[in-house]
Design a protein around this ligand. Structure first.
Ligand SMILES: C[S@@+](CC[C@H](N)C(=O)[O-])C[C@H]1O[C@@H](n2cnc3c(N)ncnc32)[C@H](O)[C@@H]1O
Length: 255
């Protein structure tokens, strides 16, 4: 089934919402929103995209706000299954790409366990798009031949942290940190401790693609201070390519 095939009743479609500007959603994602009988929406998904839905489409806000109101994942899974079993075309609209720190696979597995068919429409992840909106390519010929995307949700050394910071520090890749603002001092300190030079360029791009997008350029040694008080969501880039950071918005308003 192609990405643009019509949605079938009784199925769930995961749609990548991109980093926030509705112009960065895919054509297939928009077509799915237009056909939805019920939409389950995250807080980082482009809210303007809801305007593409039919007037009779039921919209459910299932946000998980950092340090705020939250919808448990089990509840979201149960809603997806229940609405699909009721014969509806269910669209799950998520921020960025649902398979990058998006718990998308958990929803696919929950549906599979319940015998509900799913379709995944991949899309634009903030891990690549937000740096780009801040003028930063995650790779650049002759400079860096790879990038590592990591979650800064828990600090280095936390019992649930699975990252090898020593390996990251010597990886020679651009480091792209999502969900990392609160732990930025610890993350930068760990990379410094493992030998990444303090003068390595770094930049924080906050609210990428939104009208109030903000870019703060720094170095590894200063990035935590530079990010002080910044309003989330934000992506931090560490590596030579961060020197390309520009405060200019790269995208014309599409709203
Ligand atoms: C739970 S993760 C979800 C990532 C998402 N699935 C993706 O592919 O972009 C949320 C994090 O994505 C990043 N993020 C998402 N949208 C952003 C935006 N418009 N500007 C800056 N960072 C963003 C932030 O690091 C935020 O804390």
């Amino acid at each position: 089934m192609g990405t643009l095939a019509p949605l079938l009743p009784g199925t769930v479609t995961l749609v990548a919402g991109g980093p926030g500007d509705p112009g960065l959603m895919t054509v297939a994602g928009r077509a799915a929103v237009e056909q939805a009988d019920v939409l389950l929406v995250d807080h980082l998904a482009p809210q303007e995209a809801l305007g593409w839905a039919r007037p009779d489409t039921e919209v459910l806000d299932v946000a998980k706000l950092p340090r705020g109101r939250t919808t448990p994942q089990e509840r979201i899974n149960a809603l997806l299954v229940a609405h699909a079993r009721a014969g509806r075309r269910v669209v799950r609209l998520k921020g960025g790409d649902g398979f990058v720190f998006g718990r998308g696979m958990e929803e696919v597995l929950a549906c599979a366990e319940a015998g509900v068919d799913t379709r995944v429409l991949p899309g634009v992840t903030s891990a690549v798009a937000v740096p780009a909106l801040g003028g930063i390519p995650v790779t650049h010929r002759g400079v860096v031949h790879g990038f590592s995307v990591i979650s800064g949700h828990v600090p280095p050394g936390h019992p649930t942290c699975t990252l090898d910071y020593a390996a990251l520090a010597r990886s020679g890749t651009t480091l792209v940190v999502l969900m990392g603002v609160a732990n930025l001092a610890a993350i930068a300190g760990e990379l410094l401790a493992h030998g990444l030079p303090g003068g390595t360029p770094a930049a924080v791009v906050a609210r990428g693609g939104h009208p109030d997008q903000e870019v703060r350029a720094a170095t590894l040694a200063t990035v935590a201070d530079a990010a002080a008080g910044i309003a989330p969501p934000a992506v931090t880039v560490i590596g030579e390519v961060a020197a390309f950071a520009t405060p200019t918005r790269q995208l014309e308003e599409t709203r």
